[in-house]
Write a protein that binds this ligand. Structure first.
Ligand SMILES: [Zn+2]
Length: 442
């Protein structure tokens, strides 16, 4: 029988204890160690990382189970989450989903937003997520109701799930200088980032104004850009050129850029070189990109189905080979953009492992949902398990990628501030709690 048996651990862990014989992905250690390690937790923090537990404190044998630092989800849309529970339908097409959600804004009450977003926060907390970035649709200069609700929830959840808020505004929202300035000011007042949606045909001549505002109001930029599979690449090069000219690359992230995945290799490599030179980070969103790209939807034949052929993922191997900062994230959950998803970064990594053919994903790509994502979001703690770091950990029973990716959510133990989550905190909430959402008229 394995000595790893969390059911025999005490309900309350002692103030000082070792987690021994653990596998920790190299990116999460200050000094990568061959083989297994032991982590000393004391007073809610990591106190030491050693090859073996020397005793002198309670010792819990992990028998090779994997320790991650608590997850960071770099790209989510909590304002839209669980709209399917209110009766909206999945659209299988990006712009159709955008329209379906916009048409539903009028139904978003404060009560409903708190219910849907609160459900999401309890879910991600149970999964072991310590921080996430959520976009908030922004179609009016002074900011939507959802922004105010998200700010309130950010305050209520600080220390459990730290929220990064990013205003997602279509690029056309920046056409009027006064309106654009109001958006930037409101976002800055809310401690958020600016997230222009640069869709096909977007007015890219407005991008210099976006960078002007970012500089003036000291805002990070987090774009949705080139989320399609129709070359040539129309928008990303403009963002890269400006990020480089303005020296804003370290504060610029581009999400999706699916079209890079279908370019001829020479063109793809040329653009990725520019991404690397600009110092811009990338988000890859396997759930929505697989679901929405090349989905075979024909609007004149809504019931006709065709097998998707292209994957819609940005070329992550080529990006990584150039040292580009990269995160896998979950993107939409249970809304018109994607009918499933549970905001679990490890499940997103498991999907990416298959869709992007990742070698040894839980080892070599663990940074994309922990340390790398934390750096993209410029979080105070980068997620490296060094002495003094918070003891915010996810223990996953899998000893190697094959086991971890086979059962990403199974048997997970979440430790926050040195203590295991227990009871309702340790379990994602029941979907039935969403049954009270006001059903939409169809
Ligand atoms: Zn998104």
């Amino acid at each position: 029988m394995s000595p790893f048996d969390p059911s025999r651990w005490p309900e309350r862990l002692p103030a000082r204890y070792w987690l021994a014989d653990a596998h920790v992905p190299a990116a999460l250690l200050a000094t990568p160690a061959p083989g297994r390690v032991a982590i000393l937790v004391e007073g809610g923090r990591v106190a030491a990382v050693e090859p073996h537990a020397p005793g002198g404190a309670a010792t819990f044998d992990l028998d090779g189970a994997t320790i991650f630092s608590a997850f960071v989800n770099a790209h989510t849309h909590l304002d839209k989450g669980d709209l399917l529970a209110a009766g909206l339908a999945p659209e299988r097409d990006l712009m159709a989903a955008v329209t379906a959600v916009r048409d539903d804004y009028a139904n978003w009450s404060e009560d409903e937003l708190r219910t849907r977003i609160g459900f999401a926060l309890r879910t991600v907390h149970a999964h072991g997520t310590r921080a996430l970035n959520t976009y908030c649709d922004w179609a009016e200069p002074d900011g939507p109701l959802a922004w105010r609700v998200l700010r309130d929830l950010r305050r209520e959840w600080t220390g459990r799930v730290d929220l990064v808020l990013t205003a997602l505004a279509g690029l056309e929202e920046f056409a009027d200088p006064a309106r654009a300035q109001t958006i930037a000011r409101r976002v800055a007042e809310g401690g958020g980032a600016l997230g222009p949606f640069v869709y096909p045909g977007a007015p890219v001549d407005l991008l210099p104004r976006v960078f002007d505002l970012a500089e003036r109001f000291d805002l990070a930029l987090d774009f949705h850009v080139d989320e399609h599979l129709d070359p040539p690449v129309a928008n990303l090069p403009h963002v890269l050129r400006l990020a480089r000219q303005r020296g804003w690359g370290a504060r610029t992230v581009c999400g999706h850029v699916c079209v890079l995945g279908v370019l001829a290799p020479a063109e793809r490599d040329r653009i990725l070189d520019h991404v690397a030179q600009a110092g811009v980070g990338l988000d890859s969103l396997p759930y929505t990109n697989l679901y929405l790209q090349d989905s075979g939807v024909q609007h004149d034949r809504p019931h006709h189905r065709r097998m998707p052929v292209r994957r819609g993922l940005l070329p992550v191997h080529e990006a990584r080979g150039r040292g580009i900062a990269l995160a896998f994230a979950s993107d939409n959950h249970r809304d018109p953009f994607f009918p499933g998803g549970d905001l679990d970064p490890l499940q997103a990594l498991a999907l990416a492992a298959c869709a992007a053919h990742l070698d040894d994903p839980a080892e070599h790509w663990a940074d994309t949902i922990t340390t790398g994502a934390a750096r993209l979001l410029r979080l105070p703690w980068d997620g490296v398990l060094r002495p003094g770091a918070p003891a915010d950990l996810v223990i996953q029973p899998g000893r190697r990628s094959a086991e971890g990716i086979a059962r990403p959510a199974g048997g997970r133990q979440v430790i926050r501030g040195g203590q295991r989550l227990a009871g309702a905190d340790a379990t994602p909430p029941d979907f039935r709690q969403l049954d009270g959402l006001r059903p939409r008229a169809r």
